[in-house]
Design a protein around this ligand. Structure first.
Ligand SMILES: Cc1ncc(COP(=O)(O)O)c(C=O)c1O
Length: 385
């Protein structure tokens, strides 16, 4: 199978990830922060090491300011529901994932908040920073922006919006689901007080991992309470990071694997990872762009794409193309709607969906050529499904 669905979850992982998860499950596998025995201490040390690796990658000063979550969705919900208060206003975009939109819809449904959704200005889903900035009003407490679209791969102005949000005195939450591990993130230089990320996509960790970085200045309420191993006699859930957002037993094998994934990225270098992805992306684009029946919804302008080519083949539904790629060519892509309904409406693909080819660091040029050959064959013979 040629795996081109890395925006859903990355595969394969670096061998260090597999090895570390296996070794941990076999030898260490205790609960950190609960007991004081050696295995629990060793586990706590490994979890701390993963926090330190994330702090190095995203440049936050205190590794304890990151909490581990089961995925990006939990992290986004914890941030959104944790900072908003009755009467608040939120600025976000039509390019967001349902993990951002649905919590906002829910809060609005109960009359608690209101929001402004900024529309993209081109067919790649690009968002204008000035439009975002102008949408901020006197009641705005939070701006939520995806670093890169999970539908088209378009990189959003997430770097510059941090300074704008800071000047306007509002919280700024970046959804790094389609950027962490590929795009540069420096939460201090970019003024990003809230950064939500999955561990299982570009960070190359196992599924069931993710996290939320929270700046010390953010007043955040935990939306889940329970055991943390600390302050057991207090009736109030801890209000300090990371315990505040880590209720219940954490996914220690996953976190150890995530730490190994992040270490692999630190060792390889974000620039090298990005350059390789951009090279593969450019080749795929080049092979497809002039085909009369293939319409591309992604740009390959330098540093403007996190690793996705979204496309449609004339006269075919995206799921038909996805099914053919799977059954006839053994190529794994995602088709249909990518949990981003407003993005599809804005791009005009709400009926067809889009075929999403998402590259990973371990894909090869041969795989890209094969995917291009296959898509061209399908486009030239659409009736042969
Ligand atoms: C932009 C974006 N945000 C949020 C998510 C949710 O991530 P997770 O599946 O880790 O909860 C995804 C997953 O595809 C995504 O692409």
């Amino acid at each position: 199978m040629v795996y081109l669905d890395n925006a859903a979850t990355s595969y394969p992982k670096p061998s260090e990830v597999y090895d570390s998860v296996f070794a941990f499950m076999k030898d260490t596998c205790a609960n950190p922060g609960r007991s004081s025995h050696g295995m629990a201490r060793d586990t706590a040390e490994l979890v701390m090491k993963a926090r330190e690796s994330l702090a190095a990658l995203f440049n936050f000063p205190n590794p304890l300011q990151v909490s581990f979550t089961p995925n990006a969705t939990y992290a986004l919900n914890m941030a959104i529901q944790g900072v908003l208060r009755r009467g608040d206003h939120v600025v976000t975009t039509a390019m967001e994932h349902n993990s951002v939109l649905r919590p906002l819809y829910e809060l609005k449904k109960f009359g608690l908040i209101d929001y402004t959704i900024v529309q993209p200005y081109d067919r790649f889903g690009a968002i204008d920073p000035k439009t975002l900035s102008r949408a901020v009003g006197p009641r705005t407490r939070l701006m939520v922006l995806t670093a890169s679209s999970n539908v088209t791969g378009t990189v959003m102005p997430y770097e510059e919006m941090g300074e704008i949000a800071r000047k306007k005195g509002i919280y700024y939450l970046v959804d790094a689901s389609q950027g962490a591990g590929v795009l540069p993130f420096d939460v201090q230089a970019m003024h990003i007080p809230l950064l939500a990320f999955p561990g299982h996509k570009g960070l190359l960790g196992p599924q069931g991992t993710g996290g939320l970085y929270v700046d010390e200045a953010v007043a955040l309420r935990p939306i889940i309470q329970g055991g943390t191993g600390s302050r057991s006699f207090e009736t109030i859930h801890p209000t300090f990071m990371p315990d505040m957002l880590e209720s219940g037993t954490i996914n220690t094998p996953g976190i150890v694997g995530l730490g190994a994934g992040v270490d692999f990225i630190l060792k390889t270098g974000i620039n090298a990872i990005r350059e390789k992805k951009e090279r593969l992306l450019a080749r795929l684009y080049e092979r497809l762009v002039s085909h009369p029946k293939i319409k591309l919804y992604s740009t390959i302008e330098a540093h403007k794409n996190s690793g996705i080519i979204a496309l449609l083949i004339e006269g075919m539904d995206s799921s038909e193309v996805g099914n053919l790629l799977d059954s006839r060519y053994h190529i794994a892509v995602r088709s249909g709607f990518h949990c981003a309904p407003l993005a599809h409406k804005s791009l005009g693909t709400q009926k067809t969906g889009l075929v999403r080819i998402s590259l990973g660091y371990f894909n090869t040029l041969d795989e890209v050529e094969y995917a291009a050959d296959s898509l061209i064959e399908i486009a030239n013979n659409p009736g042969q499904g």
